[in-house]
Design a protein around this ligand. Structure first.
Ligand code: NAD
Length: 485
């Protein structure tokens, strides 16, 4: 069944200038017709957001906004299965994962930022100068304004709400541009926003692509006050250029080429289980996924055999089947990119330990974007396969001897998003984790999140941090008031 997905501007669903098909990555069927926003719709969305800021929304209290966020969370929970179905239809990810991770986290995002904003305060100083002058300095937080929210397709609702919840908590108005691959949940969320009582114009959605389409129209628009973006590093560069003339702030969560460091003293059963999760979750399409696995030589063979067994145990298939562990990649175009790395790895001399190609899942799924979970040995850090983000269910295993060598290998990248250290020696765990040149380092776990902690990357992996009060910093502007006493 094909549905129509429209833009949401100033509290109403509106058509665009054209339309494009949303293709299911499961079987290649068209699942939706998406109305692509043109300049008129983007202009209208930005203008509606500005009007909302100038109206009653701009005078809401923190308490009112926190209550609103909680109502939104409740409404998403009431319509939980609709969100799950929408996310699964767009991405093909297993239903169980959409329930446990994607939609559950969206609910948690709204509740967490309701708590954070309620508890947040700003500095004040009693100023006493040597000449006897006294003053009270205090800061008040103003919203950033009209925020452009540009998000990718891998965890669509989770990443969208990770930005929209704090933006609304701080009193901003947003224009959201979801990925062209995953237009559904952002569109459905618009209904929930209206049901929860959000005024028209505070949450707008424009559909389309990046260059020459809604993404570029929005990021180059004169009426926006900042851009929060999650996606590829190269897109981040393009957006930086787009906002440079008007010097607008950006918050960027970009790509990664994340390392796992497995020491010989690690609990190998737990480590292999954690590694498998970190390589294969969401078919490897999580920015935090491990694509480089450095293993201390005495346990290299055992870890390799364990991980290969885990890869072989994954079950590819339709998302609604309970035995399915692994869905397709997001699109055939992305599958072809991942496949090019499977070819490149071979050219670079990799030994393919498992996978390495496109699986035959029968005629029914032949039009889908399927790929085999793949592990490589025999490569080192000079290989492009170990330097470039693949964003698929793939990893290379590389042996090391000493702790210093492992740290050097893990940090030998222009990215710097996440790392995971596996060891029973907690002193070593702390020591190595603190030397990782990344935004997030885990010890004996992976992707265990506390939503109050800072999330982000260094180098090609991003600018700024999100999470708890770190998000509030981006979505507000402090105004300092100095009162002479
Ligand atoms: P992408 O950069 O291709 O697209 C992301 C969004 O930007 C989409 O909505 C797209 O339409 C839009 N866009 C593309 N070009 C644009 C332009 N010139 N101007 C304005 N908008 C533009 O990324 P993707 O392929 O959707 O997502 C995968 C990437 O996202 C990976 O690199 C992954 O590592 C990264 N990612 C990072 C994090 C993080 O938190 N660091 C989280 C998830 C994904």
């Amino acid at each position: 069944m094909t549905i129509a997905l429209r833009n949401f501007v100033d509290g109403a669903y509106v058509d665009g200038v054209g339309a494009f098909d949303k293709i299911s990555p499961v079987d290649g069927q068209v699942t939706a017709t998406v109305h692509e926003a043109g300049r008129a719709q983007v202009d209208a969305a930005v203008a509606a957001a500005r009007r909302a800021l100038d109206g009653p929304w701009g005078r809401t209290t923190v308490g009112e906004r926190a209550a609103l966020l909680r109502r939104i969370a409740d409404r998403v929970e009431e319509r939980f299965e609709e969100f799950v179905a929408a996310e699964v239809r767009d991405t093909g990810k297993p239903v169980a994962q959409a329930r446990q991770l994607d939609v559950a986290r969206a609910v948690a995002n709204f509740r967490s930022f309701a708590d954070t904003v309620s508890a947040h305060g700003l500095d004040s100083f009693l100023t006493e100068l040597p000449d006897g002058q006294r003053a009270l300095n205090y800061a008040v937080a103003q919203p950033l304004g009209v925020v452009a929210v540009i998000v990718p397709w891998n965890l669509p609702l989770l990443l969208l709400t990770w930005k929209v919840a704090p933006a609304l908590a701080c009193g901003n108005a947003v224009v959201v541009k979801p990925s062209e691959e995953t237009p559904s949940t952002a569109t459905l969320l618009a209904e929930v926003m209206a049901e929860a009582g959000l005024p028209a114009g505070v949450y707008n959605v424009v559909h389309g692509f990046g260059p020459g389409s809604a993404g570029e129209l929005l990021t180059t628009h004169d009426g926006i006050d900042g851009v929060t973006f999650t996606g590829e590093s190269a897109t981040g560069s393009a957006i930086m250029r787009a906002v440079a003339p008007a010097v607008r702030p950006v918050s960027f969560e970009l790509g990664g080429k994340n390392a796992a460091l497995v020491f010989a003293d690690a609990d190998l059963e737990r480590t292999v289980e954690g590694l498998a999760r970190s390589v294969f979750t969401n078919t490897g399409q999580v920015c935090l996924c491990t694509e480089r696995v450095y293993v201390q030589r005495p346990v290299y063979d055992e870890v390799t055999a364990g991980l290969v067994a885990r890869a072989a145990a994954l079950r590819l298939g339709r998302p609604e089947r309970p035995e399915t562990t692994t869905g397709p990649l997001i699109s055939v175009a992305h599958r072809e990119k991942v496949r090019s790395y499977l070819d490149l790895a071979r050219e670079e001399g990799a030994e393919v330990l498992t996978g390495g190609g496109v699986p035959d899942l029968g005629a029914d799924l032949a039009g889908g974007a399927w790929i085999e979970p793949t592990l490589w040995a025999g490569l080192d850090n000079t290989a492009r396969t170990l330097r470039e983000e693949v964003f698929g269910p793939v990893a290379a295993l590389v042996p090391f001897d000493t702790e210093e060598e492992a740290i050097r290998l893990a940090n030998d990248t222009r990215y710097g998003l996440a790392a995971a250290v596996w060891t029973r020696d907690l002193e070593r765990g702390h020591r190595v984790a603190q030397r990782m040149r990344v935004g997030m380092a885990w010890v004996n776990t992976w992707f265990l999140r506390d939503l109050r902690s800072p999330f982000g990357g260094v180098g090609l992996s991003g600018i700024g941090r999100e999470g708890g009060r770190h998000s509030l910093h981006f979505y507000t502007q402090p105004t300092n008031v100095c009162v002479r006493l």
